[in-house]
Design a protein around this ligand. Structure first.
Ligand code: SR1
Ligand code: MG
Length: 421
């Protein structure tokens, strides 16, 4: 199959195309027993559930264009190669955190993997008002482990440099992030859209020159500070959950970048989930408990990230940075702790900035999120989105002085009561 030219799969062709694949026959059953559904609801790819007499599998295939927009926006198939390579690294760096990969076909841009059941996309669960136990711990540790172990704090120099070079090839997906996240929200870009009623705050944000400068500083950090292998698109649509289990999916945007990028994007999506809750109320205040829980997850993610990252610093710091030979082995363990605190401070400031831009781009840019989009009443939606826009600005401009995660969650509670329209 790998020798053949790329052809997009369909439910009808699945058995003919992949029916001889040993791993699918073993785990799903003979192709005659297969039932195939296309279930992709993301912006880019085809996703099929293949169900047979012995089990189920996910078959994910990249399309040669952006699904959300259509064939007018071509996108290379090689993103599937980066997704596969990121998944196997994340599985090694944080075992159990991602679906098991069973097969990869580079020419057909196909990744065959474990079907997660009864998992659902976290974002949908949050919109419905569901809670997931252990979510913040799991995600905080995922960030710490993948971001620490993908960096020069941990990796062997030759492997790290080879990975840096390899993931630097993910040019077109980085280009999406560079434009859609860091630039388009701050001017009247062609693909932007926003909810009617936001015109006033949108005009104020786009006239805010300090904000424009902050966004471009963050863009420069993203493009030039190749600190670690990022997931690259770590939002609540890239997480699947049961009531008790959490798995991270879809790392096709993987690239080397600043450690705070993934953490900031993730926190932004929980803060947006928090600020969107009033739009989903069926009666006054009936989402208050969900809002409190969402902010507790924000706190837990950050605290677990810091705790786990610090633990890895103290126990696994075997890369070329901050060598133990310079610190602990000289009896200078205190200096190592000082260096850790300094680094966590830098990551914190980056996290706040990236958190802010993500909150802006999901409301002003091309790719919105269901947290707000599923609020049918435009007036209510605009009120919620305006609070998120205002909060994003405060995070970006205040990144250097916001002292703690409690300050952030207090800010979210305050914003939730304010009118920013
Ligand atoms: C054109 S792709 C738009 C967005 O969808 C993906 O999930 C990423 O978040 C990207 O920015
Ligand atoms: Mg995705």
């Amino acid at each position: 199959m790998t020798a053949q030219a790329y052809v997009a799969l369909s439910p009808e062709t699945m058995a003919d195309r992949l029916g001889a694949l040993p791993v699918l026959v073993d785990r799903v059953g003979p192709p005659q027993s297969w039932q195939v559904r296309e279930v992709g609801d993301g912006n880019l790819n085809l996703v099929f559930i293949v169900k047979g007499s012995a089990g189920q599998a996910i078959v994910k295939q990249a399309l040669p264009y952006v699904r959300l927009v259509g064939e007018s926006w071509p996108l290379p198939l090689k993103r599937s190669f980066f997704e596969y390579n990121a998944l196997i690294r994340q599985a090694a760096r944080d075992p159990g955190s991602v679906p098991d990969v069973w097969h990869f076909d580079e020419a057909q841009a196909i990744v065959v993997m474990e079907f997660l059941t009864p998992h659902v996309i976290l974002r949908h669960a949050l919109v419905e008002g569901r809670q997931v136990s252990g979510l913040g711990e799991r995600l905080g540790k995922f960030c710490a482990r993948t971001l620490f172990r993908g960096s020069d704090l941990s990796m062997k120099p030759a492997e790290r440099k080879a990975d840096l070079a390899m993931f630097a090839g993910n040019v077109e997906l980085c280009d999406i992030t560079e434009n859609l996240v860091f630039s388009d929200p701050y001017f009247d870009a062609e693909m932007n859209r926003h909810t009617p009623g936001l015109e006033g705050i949108v005009a104020r944000l786009r006239a805010d020159l300090s904000l424009k400068v902050a966004a471009q500083h963050l863009k420069m950090a993203f493009t030039s500070r190749a600190e670690t292998m990022l997931h690259g698109d770590l939002h609540t649509g890239s997480v699947m959950v049961t009531d008790t289990e959490t798995k991270v999916i879809d790392p096709e945007f993987a690239t080397y970048g600043p450690i705070g990028f993934d953490v900031g994007m993730l926190l932004a999506n929980f803060l947006m989930a928090h600020l969107s809750q009033p739009g989903h109320e069926k009666g006054p205040g009936d989402r208050a408990g969900q809002q409190d829980w969402l902010l507790s997850v924000v706190t837990t993610i950050w605290e677990n990230f810091v705790t786990e990252f610090s633990h890895l610093w103290r126990t696994e710091r075997r890369g070329i940075l901050y060598q133990a030979s310079l610190y602990e082995n000289q009896g200078h363990g205190l200096a190592s702790e000082q260096a850790l605190n300094d680094l966590l401070g830098q990551i914190w400031r980056d996290t706040l900035g990236f958190c802010g831009v993500e909150m802006h781009r999901r409301i002003l840019g091309l790719a919105h999120n269901a947290d707000f989009e599923r609020i049918a009443d435009e007036g209510r939606r605009a009120a919620c989105e305006a609070r998120a826009l205002a909060m994003g600005r405060q995070l970006m401009l205040g990144a250097g002085v916001i002292p703690s995660i409690t300050t952030v969650t207090d800010m979210a509670r305050r914003m939730d009561k304010e009118n920013h329209l």
